[in-house]
Design a protein around this ligand. Sequence first.
Ligand code: B12
Length: 300
Amino acid sequence: MNARATAPTGPTYPLGAVVRLTGLGEHTIRAWERRYGAVTPGRTPGGTRRYSAHDVARLRLLREGVEAGHRISDLASHSDANLERLLSPPAEATAPQGSPLNAIRSAVERLDLQALDGLLSLQFVTLGPEPFARRVAAPLLCEIGERWEHGESSVASEHLLSSVTRGILGVALRAASANRSGPRVLFTTPQGELHEFGALIAAIVALSAGAAITYLGPNLPVDEVVGAARQLDADAVALGVVRLAPAATRKYLKELRKELPERVALWIGGPVRGGPFEGVEQLDLDEMERRIGRMVRTPG
Ligand code: B12
């Protein structure tokens, strides 16, 4: 029996997100809870289920067990440690696969969507959103991108990795939208800049540093960013810039800085060219984290 009685700490996931992360149907998840006490999700004040990362990881283990031929009624009463022991294949069966990143690389090269989704989702629930974004998503996207540039990996591989990673990071963002305390930071990319992963990953890092984030998606014109910043009473606007030409970047940032209220900080990150830009702070992830940490400690 899963005996967790306290409310989950850290991000929590609605049922729809858990369906996506575990590959189980809604009906199955509810039935496993009701009949076997497989997990005990928290509840919102309105009574809606909210699952912790631990619940998600446990449901994945249970699914693996059922797929391997065990009965859920037998599995559900085991502790997580027992389940892992019961389900882990003999050492020689896992040895050739090596690290999780190697298994992910191999699934990307084989264009094996199901394996890739499963492996990335498992890393996500095991590590949590921020370490997943920083330690798994960012290096893999860069690496597969480099391999593609050198003709060692196909466009299809790169697209498959991008689309599965985007889906999982999207789940992290939805779970994040509940946090409305802390400095309010909007994330987007300038009009013409479609590379969104940098801004997306930065948003997840900012969330874990204590910010109330809003990710607006990529490719926004200046007036839209300004409108959103006013509407949401933002403390900072953070942009990811990857390939936008230096002149276009300069023009965009100049206009945006002019239109944004003075009190709103303007941050940019990514391999941006053409700086420094007046009134704009160029940050990497660590520096952004420190800024947010300071804003959390000294609000206003
Ligand atoms: C995926 C990808 C795409 C995808 C983007 C999908 C998406 N939803 O984002 C698609 C297919 C749309 C695309 C399109 C194009 N792409 Co492209 N793309 C890439 C690729 C393979 C990976 C980029 C990526 O996601 N990297 C991973 C992220 C996490 O890295 P990152 O952005 O640098 O972010 C990190 C840091 O910089 C920092 N960071 C980034 N933003 C921010 C923001 C803040 C606030 C902070 C604090 C930190 C921060 O933190 C992140 C984590 O470490 C690269 C190749 C490569 N080697 O990078 C080419 C690449 C970037 N693309 C390139 C090009 C040329 C294009 C196209 C013009 C191709 C074409 N001919 O159509 C178009 C242009 C589209 C446009 N108008 O923007 C070039 C850019 C060269 C240049 N400097 O001009 C590259 C380098 C490939 C190449 N060598 O040709 N691309």
